[in-house]
Structures are given as C-alpha cells and as structure tokens.
Design a protein around this ligand. Structure first.
Ligand code: ATP
Ligand code: MG
Length: 395
C-alpha cells in the first residue's frame, strides 16, 4: 500500500488571473484551514498554481472527505512525495502502478526547470519501466488509470488518483448574503448554492413562539450548522420573534393575503438586518410554481417593498432536483423532521396566487406595521453556530 503523505490541491485556472488570483488563493487556503481546524498536524504550502497539505500522519480519508466540500477546488490528489531524483521517481511511479489495473498513461510536469529531464523524457522513462515489469499497456487516449508526476525542486509528487473538487468560488470571496432560512427543504439548498458562488451566508429565521416550538428552532440551528461546513463551519443566525407582527397581519389583513403580507414583512426586516451586517443581498428558497403563493405576481408583490437585491437560487428548480441536492449536502433528513414553521401555523385556506401590489399596500395601511417591525428588530437574537466549536476570526 502506498503511504500518502501530501495532498495536492488544484483550483480553477481560467477565471482567475493576477490580483484576483492572489485573493482567490488566499481565501481558499483560509477556508481549507478553517475546515481542518481540529487537525493540528497538517502543514500548508501554497504556490501560484497549487496548495499542498503535508499530512504528518493525519488520516488522508478525513482530509479528503472535507476537501470535497470546500468550494473553489477543481480537483485534488492524495500523493506520495519523493526525492526529485529520476531513479527514485521511476521506482515510486512503478510501485504506484502496481496498485492499479488496466491501461495507463504517464502525465509528468516539470515545474522545476533545472531538473535535468523534460516532461516527455520522464513520461517515457516511467512508462518503459512499467511496460517492462508489469502487464500494463499504454493507452494515451483512454487509459484506465493515469500516473501524475509533478517535479519540484524540493521533491516530486506522485499519484494515480485525481479526486473531483466541489468547484465554484471560495466562499466569502464574493461578499455576504442574508439567507431567509426556514426549516424546510429549499432554503438550506439555496444557501448552499449561494456559498458555491463564493458568497458567505448569514441566516435569518422567523419564529412564532409559542406557536412554533423550541424543537423547530433547534431544527433551524442544525440546518444552519450543516450548511455552515461549506463556509468553514461557522454561521450567524438571526432569530426574529415574529408572533406579534404575524398576529397583527391576521387581525388586520384579508386571510388570502396573509402569506403575501407576511413575506413583505420578512423582506423588510431582512433588509434592515442585512444592512446592519454588511450583507449585500437577501436570498430565499422560493421556487416558481411550487406552491400557490410562489408565482411571478407574488414575486413582484414581495419585491415591491425593497430595492435591495433578492436572489432566489432555486427559482427554476424542480422539487426533485432540490431534494437530490438536499440529500447530497446532508440537510434532507433534518429538513423533513415534522416541526412546525411560522408560515404553516397561520396557513390560510386559499392564499391568493396573483396578489396585486395595490391591494397589499391597502391592507398594510390598516395597521402600524412599522412599529411591529421595530419591535422585531429590537428583540432579535443572534446566535453563532460553529461546527468546530472554535470561534475566532468570524467573518
Ligand atoms: P422551504 O422549503 O425553504 O421552507 P417552501 O417551499 O416551504 O421553502 P415557503 O414556505 O413558501 O416555501 O417559503 C419560501 C421561502 O421563504 C423559503 O425558502 C425561505 O427562504 C423563506 N421562509 C419561509 N418561512 C421562513 C421562516 N420562518 N423564516 C425564514 N425564512 C422563511
Ligand atoms: Mg417552508
């Protein structure tokens, strides 16, 4: 068995150049370190094109599982580092090939230009040893396995594995958004998709105690904790006590418009909290057509209360697509726990599918909603969920 001692990480090459690239790599390295913060034997090194992690006997499987979830990585390999000496390289590559089956191709890269053999010579020397000593055959077009060899001054990295990364951008590099997080299936997926585009997330949740229970609140915090791993394990969650405002809506507004007005209030409150926390947008898990209230008319009516950007990452997704993603990111099982949401408690029988802005405004004039909003803001509770229990350098 080959003993892997170094992980070699590759990142997006096309879209990031110059100064942007430096920021990209710095952020990526920081996010990787955050996700590994409990693994204290790891040593990191970064170059223009790669990040290297020296394992120092840390279990490669643990590191590999976590790296798969860090955005901004295109691929990575568990490698063996050997001396940059052609005989040592040939021997180690040959040994690595013994663990594989079928046809092969050697892909050498000479990063150290003072190394006396060019890539092509390395390829040939390694391939001829393998052809001589094993049953493996070369297939340059469609090999069963590839042997990657990267030669540097301080050592050469050899591996036959290349593991797909999560792609996207390092979370946080493109600013921060405030995500409306319910206990449902859609909003955690929406948050994950924002993070994938490099946007860090804080969450805002509207609770209606005592109608919504403590378990419902814990469920939302667990969802936040699960998706926080995609941004290094930490997330701020703002919990709004929505009960008085929600009751006022039901007392004063037409039943069919309750959900529409409630969403308008959520957005008004979210905008204030977003600005207080330097978030540049609000995001939601709304998906068109999924429920009666998620129509373009409804979107228009909700957006009318703000000119702050509202991003709806799953707007065009089918429920099945969202569920698949929820399963992949690990939120599904928690999302389907049967606790109540503030929307479901006050769920009207026939919500309007085509609300008009005019009607919504008219209903809102019937009560002093601004003072209720102020009360919500004054009583907001902010919790930092932290997967790794270490709370330094929060975003
Ligand atoms: P989800 O599965 O995310 O709950 P949903 O299909 O149940 O979505 P709705 O309940 O209509 O849809 O909610 C639409 C969006 O409004 C949610 O995705 C979420 O972003 C936001 N939202 C709904 N309820 C709450 C809440 N109690 N707190 C915060 N945001 C909420
Ligand atoms: Mg919901």
């Amino acid at each position: 068995m080959i003993k892997y001692d170094t992980v070699l990480i590759r990142y997006g090459e096309l879209s990031t150049k110059g100064k942007n690239r430096k920021q990209f790599v710095t952020k990526l390295l920081n996010n990787i370190k955050n996700s590994m913060s409990d693994l204290d034997k790891l040593e990191y090194r970064q170059t223009y094109e790669r990040i290297y992690i020296k394992l120092n006997d840390t279990d490669p499987k643990i590191v590999s599982d976590r790296l798969k979830e860090v955005f901004g990585i295109s691929s990575f390999s568990l490698t063996q580092k050997v001396k940059s000496d052609i005989d040592v390289i040939v021997e180690a590559s040959y040994k690595a090939s013994l663990e594989e089956k079928g046809t092969f191709k050697v892909i050498a890269r000479r990063n150290d230009k003072s190394f006396p053999y060019i890539s092509d010579q390395i390829n040939r020397m390694v391939a001829s040893k393998i052809l001589k000593e094993t049953e493996h055959k070369v297939d340059v077009h469609n090999p069963d396995f590839k042997i990657y060899i990267e030669v540097f001054e301080d050592g050469t990295y050899i591996t036959c594995n290349k593991i797909e990364g999560a792609h996207g951008y390092p979370t946080g590099i493109n600013g921060k958004s405030l995500m409306l997080l319910s206990g449902g299936i859609d909003s955690p997926v929406a948050g994950y998709l924002m993070m994938k585009r490099g946007i860090a997330c804080e969450a805002i949740h509207f609770a209606a105690p005592p109608y919504t229970s403590n378990l419902a609140r814990e469920k939302v915090l667990s969802l936040a904790s699960i998706i926080s791993k995609y941004q290094g394990g930490k997330m701020k969650v703002h919990i709004v006590n929505f009960t008085s405002l929600q009751k006022a809506i039901y007392d004063n507004c037409h039943d069919a418009y309750a959900i529409t007005i409630m969403r308008r209030m959520m957005v008004r409150i979210a905008e204030i909290i977003a600005k207080q926390n330097n978030c540049l947008a609000i995001s939601t898990g709304e998906s068109l057509g999924q429920v009666a209230s998620q129509t373009l008319e409804s979107v228009q009516c909700i957006n009318e209360v703000t000119n702050f950007p509202i991003i709806r990452p799953v707007v065009t997704y089918d429920k099945e697509e969202i569920i698949d993603l929820a399963k992949k990111i690990g939120t599904f099982e928690t999302s389907i726990l049967p606790y109540e949401d503030c929307c479901t408690i006050f769920d009207p029988k026939n919500p309007v599918t085509k609300p008009t802005i005019h009607k919504a405004q008219e209903l809102e004039c019937r009560f002093d909603f601004q003072s209720y909003i102020q009360e919500c803001i004054d009583n907001i509770e902010t919790i930092c969920v932290n997967m790794n229990e270490k709370d330094e350098d929060y975003l």
